[in-house]
Design a protein around this ligand. Structure first.
Ligand SMILES: [Zn+2]
Length: 365
């Protein structure tokens, strides 16, 4: 007897212990899912040539890890319950098929940076095993960034090495800060050294981790903690990596920032002028290069919404440093492939790079 593909995939997701959740928005339904159910798979072409498309920004959670943390599986990033908890693999594939996404690179937003070492080690072990099992069973459609317990940098380095050398991961996903510690803190150097040595791609995703005076200003109408707090968190994270000299110390690091890098690529020239205008407030020789040189060295997802914003991001960092990202399952965007195809300032080669060419090379998918 042949098992229907849909039933098989649904069972496989359940067996691997994954649920697909998003990053910090309360109370959203899943309109993409309903819209996409039963849709045929869209095969994306550029100039008549079929290309493989890759989404580098997509979320999930491992319920067993959430149980260990005694935090609901739906709580990712500390922003409360997420309505997409329990979404099945077949739902996800239907959306990927309809949108023209061939491969999703999954990541889990850290919600374990405040726990003690033994528990953190268990959580990471369970999560990475769950992700590896799932991606191993569906290598044609899914890859993943590993989780690490970055509050213990030496442990995180070991976890990253195990994940990349034994479990098939392409890198790790981390937050924009670590339990109040900035990413440029020298305490994190063991992790950065290992990431550089392994050639890991480190995906930086913001989360609600600011101090109370900061987050209090983002309360009120409009979900400001997300719409401006998240890109600001990413801007701060990348700026510390630049201005504390981390990217000088580890020049081979491959950083990919969510949401188009937040606000940094939009206004990066100001960073070049700070130490020139006020040299007494900067450590001489740190960073070694103009800050914008480091911004151009990093990678960004394409989640900037409009053709004009994508044109500008590409103009600042280069098309070969932008990769398609959707933030799935959150319905921030419904046509991520068309966003790239419809940006008229891009050449076909640039479209192909953004839609999957660069990710395929960088992440070996
Ligand atoms: Zn996200």
């Amino acid at each position: 007897m042949t098992i229907p593909r849909r039933a098989f995939l649904k069972d496989a997701a359940a067996a691997a212990g994954l649920v697909f959740v998003g990053c910090g928005i309360d109370g959203l339904a899943a309109p993409q899912t309903a819209r996409a159910a039963g849709a045929a798979r869209r095969l994306v072409t550029v100039k008549g040539r079929r290309i493989k498309t890759v989404d580098v920004h997509a979320h999930c959670a491992v319920p067993k890890a959430s149980a260990l943390l005694r935090r609901p599986a739906a709580t990712v990033g500390g922003d409360g319950p997420l309505a997409l908890d329990g979404q099945t693999l077949i739902d996800r594939l239907a959306v990927m098929d309809a949108q023209g996404i061939d491969v999703s690179v999954l990541s889990i937003n850290p919600n374990w940076y405040d726990v003690e070492r033994d528990l953190a080690a268990q959580v990471i072990s369970v999560q990475n095993e769950g992700l590896a099992e799932f991606c191993g069973a569906h290598a044609d459609r899914f890859a993943a960034f590993a989780s690490v317990a970055l509050q213990f940098p030496e442990l995180a380095a070991q976890q990253l090495e195990l994940a990349m050398t034994k479990m098939g991961f392409r890198g790790a996903a981390i937050g924009g800060s670590v339990a109040g510690r900035e990413l440029g803190d020298p305490a994190l150097d063991p992790f950065w050294a290992k990431a550089e040595a392994l050639g890991a791609v480190v995906f930086i995703h913001p989360q609600a981790s600011g101090t109370a005076p900061f987050t209090n200003r983002l309360k009120g109408n409009g979900m400001l903690g997300n719409v401006i707090g998240n890109p600001l968190e990413t801007t701060i994270a990348l700026s510390h990596l630049i201005f504390e000299g981390t990217l000088d110390q580890f020049p081979g690091l491959k950083i990919c920032a969510a949401h188009g890098g937040g606000y940094l690529p939009s206004y990066m020239s100001r960073s070049d002028h700070g130490c020139v205008t006020f040299p007494a407030q900067c450590t001489p020789g740190v960073p070694k290069l103009h800050p914008t040189e480091y911004v151009k060295r990093m990678y960004y997802d394409s989640l900037v919404f409009t053709p004009e914003a994508l044109r500008h991001l590409v103009a600042e960092v280069g098309a070969d440093h932008v990769m398609m990202g959707t933030d799935y399952p959150f319905p921030w965007v419904s046509a991520p492939v068309d966003h790239v195809l419809d940006t008229r300032t891009l050449s076909d080669a640039q479209r192909e790079a953004i839609l999957g060419g660069t990710a395929a090379k960088l992440l070996r998918v």
